[in-house]
Design a protein around this ligand. Structure first.
Ligand code: DGJ
Length: 713
């Protein structure tokens, strides 16, 4: 396979047809690279040395490794027979290549014009498993999408105990591993460390992709920087349990795998049944981390996010403005202020339904609280529309409160283990979305609410991990399917929502950024990045997030000061600048802003109107990271036609020096001339990039500056 700049080679070895990974890296002109499998070195192919089949298994670079035969590294496939046997062996059977790509029923999946798919069929002749490995390459892109489809072609049922989406085989050469660990309010912090012996990586067994890790892994040359060096990326297009793992073995070989986490997983495959894995998106960049990020950004925007072109409303959200303490009149006052400033959308967050005045009640009862909102959402929406402000609402459809009509009527709708009281988190239980009747009940309620009023935006929240992972709707031998079936249930609900309300702008959310993943992006073009909207902490959260995901996907709001999460105070202008590259909005009571602050809002909205399209489509270059230098932060976005660029600089800590900071830029056309909008200074692209822009010492901590460069020829 060839992508824009890389080559990926697979080989078939020996008479038995072992499928091996040969090469993945910068594009190669040669077409026979099979020597890289080292078949002439010990341990030899079993047909040449039948005594040492196990040694061969232990070192061969399997393209899709299976468990049991003597390969002691992490497998992609493990199956258990009714007799309890656990061994699985795959041999090449054939392959086909076709233009385009098949959809993955029920799963988020990449799509697009100009792509080509390779399918390789392998089989286990003893278990009668047929495994189809699918690879898609996209014209002009450096992403390769991989997935696997397992079919039971025999007449006995099997249980798949591990079935991952992709595996990579690399020779070690002083690599680092990069993951995005975090926690609530500090999601996706970049962690880079040398790749060492054994297994390391990222994972979630919480039923959500989680705050603690992100379904992403990079393996980078130790010397790789933002714009130089070799970097491999693996991103999982899935939102539930996952494993993203690199393993360095004693032969100095790395096996990197990605897929659904095997812990607690067991998928019963009756004769004739098929299991389809989610996709993993692989990138190999020869242009450092920035090259990997830009490849992912373009790929997600063009081949995964279906609503990328939807209008991204500037909004004000009621959560940090009022929490549960609102009624019709207070929301109207917020809407009135939004209207005066020119904000397009008011989002009524948690608290508009059932009898919910705090977090103890009403999840599952999706009808309007008429005490708070007499006349319902319709009256509110109509009155807002008169002020030229649209209405959006918050929902948390995956949950049920013990104090709710739904739970009283259907206690079995909650995930629970028979005989045990399910574990509460945030006073709520998780609905068993593996069951059709539970999904139908929730969908009917949501649909009625959305039909009741002109609602243009929905924030879909999810505020706890899955516990008590047991479904009343599944037989004992299928309980290991619950967590994945839950995820399929969430995807089905979001798909139905979009089918019934195609113009709706959906924003996913999970207690802040606990489900910020490529799977969710298939359904919602933007995701709430973190409950921590404080500008300085946000720099690190947004840097980590944008390592993989496009700026346009990051919900980013100007929040109140001092911050409700970390109590830090930052200037209003700085909060605006930090939010501007994302899906922009306000998370505060506009009525409580000072006159001076409120007067800045129209300017911030004008900047969002002007630069939003650039941030949503341009190339991101990270120039400096506060995380690394403890002093300042800088990135820039360059338009695809290189006619416009915006440099986004933040002096986090004030500096005693009087001299300016020389910030060298990236991504411009060296030969064109660019004029700086504020000063009129005009220089060549080479001048700005290598000579740099001189940034004056700003007046104090947390001060920002944006430099706009426009091509003049
Ligand atoms: C968690 C979300 O991240 C917040 O933005 C807010 O919607 C609350 N839930 C509401 O309960």
């Amino acid at each position: 396979m060839e992508t824009a700049h890389t080559t990926y080679l697979i080989g078939i070895a020996g008479e038995e047809g072992f499928l091996g990974h040969v090469y993945y890296g910068p594009q190669l002109p040669d077409d026979n690279m099979q020597y890289l499998m080292r078949l002439d070195e010990p341990p030899l192919l079993p047909e040449c040395n039948s005594r040492e089949r196990a040694s061969f298994y232990g070192s061969f670079p399997f393209e899709y490794p299976s468990a049991g035969g003597g390969d002691f590294r992490e497998p992609c496939l493990a199956a258990e027979t009714p007799a309890g046997g656990r061994s699985c062996e795959l041999f090449y059977e054939g392959h086909g290549i076709f233009a385009g790509k098949k959809p993955l029923p029920g799963l988020p999946a990449s799509f697009g014009e100009g792509c080509t798919t390779l399918e390789i069929l392998c089989a286990d002749p003893v278990l009668h498993l047929r495994v189809t490995l699918t690879y898609t390459v996209f014209e002009g892109s450096d992403v390769i999408c991989r997935s696997a489809r397992i079919e039971n072609a025999g007449d006995a049922p099997l249980t798949l105990t591990e079935v991952l989406s992709a595996s990579l085989s690399l020779d070690n050469r002083a690599f680092d591993i990069i993951t995005l660990p975090g926690c609530w309010s500090h999601e996706r912090q970049i962690d880079r460390r040398p790749l060492t012996f054994g297994k390391q990586g990222a994972y979630s067994a919480r039923g959500i992709s989680s705050h603690q890790f992100n379904p992403f892994l990079a393996i980078a040359e130790h010397s790789a920087t933002q714009e130089h060096g070799l970097v491999y990326g693996m991103s999982f297009i899935y939102s539930g349990n996952f494993i993203a793992q690199a393993e360095l073995d004693s032969c100095q070989k790395i096996r990197a795998v990605m897929g659904i986490h095997p812990d607690g997983f067991g998928w019963r495959l009756a004769p004739g049944e098929v299991f389809q894995t989610p996709e993993a998106a692989l990138v190999c960049s020869g242009q450092g981390l920035g090259g990997m990020s830009r490849a992912y950004h373009d790929f997600f925007r063009e081949h995964l996010i279906r609503g990328q072109g939807k209008h991204r409303y500037s909004l004000v959200n009621s959560w940090e403005a009022a929490y549960f303490d609102f009624d019709h009149d207070r929301l109207l006052r917020l809407g009135q202020k939004a209207s005066e400033a020119g904000i397009e959308l008011l989002v009524v967050d948690d608290g508009w339904f059932g009898h919910r005045d705090d977090e103890t009640t009403s999840l599952g009862d999706w009808y309007v609280n008429e005490r708070k909102l007499p006349g319902g959402l319709k009256r509110l929406a109509d009155e807002l529309l008169k002020m030229n402000v649209k209405l959006g609402i918050w929902v948390e459809p995956e949950m049920v409160s013990p104090d709710s009509g739904l739970y009283r009527a259907h206690p079995d709708y909650a995930l629970q283990i028979p005989g045990r009281t399910p574990t509460l988190a945030r006073n709520q239980y998780v609905l068993d979305l593996t069951r059709q009747e539970v999904r139908d009940c929730i969908f009917a309620q949501l649909s009625a609410v959305l039909h009741s009023a002109p609602i243009v935006y929905v924030k879909w929240d999810m505020n706890r991990a899955l516990t008590d992972v047991f479904s009343m709707g599944l037989p004992p031998e299928r309980q290991g399917e619950t967590a994945h079936r839950y995820m399929l249930g969430v995807y089905e609900l979001q798909e139905r929502l979009l089918a019934e309300f195609p113009d709706l702008l959906l924003e996913n959310c999970c207690s802040g950024g606990g489900r910020f993943d490529a799977g969710m992006l298939y359904y919602s073009p933007q995701i709430w990045t973190s409950d921590n909207a404080e500008a300085i902490d946000r720099l690190g959260i947004q840097e980590g997030t944008s390592l993989v995901y496009p700026l346009s996907a990051m919900g980013a709001h100007v929040a109140a000061c001092p911050s409700h999460t970390n109590h830090r105070s930052t200037p209003f202008a700085t909060r605006g600048q930090v939010s501007l590259p994302g899906a922009f909005g306000y998370e505060l009571d506009l009525n409580k802003l000072s006159e001076e602050e409120f007067a800045m809002v129209p300017g911030q909205l004008a900047a969002y109107r002007e630069f939003g399209p650039l941030f949503r489509s341009g190339d991101l270059y990270r120039l400096a990271s506060f995380r690394e230098n403890h002093s300042y932060d800088a990135m820039m976005v360059v338009a695809k036609d290189k006619a416009l660029a915006v440099v986004h600089y933040l002096q986090v800590m004030s500096r005693a020096q009087q001299r300016s900071l020389r910030l060298t830029l990236a991504g411009l056309d060296e030969t064109r001339r660019y004029r700086e909008r504020e000063t009129g200074v005009t220089r060549s692209g080479a001048g700005w990039m290598h000579g740099g822009v001189l940034l004056p010492v700003l007046d104090g901590d947390y001060q920002g500056k944006m430099v706009v460069l426009e091509a003049v020829d």
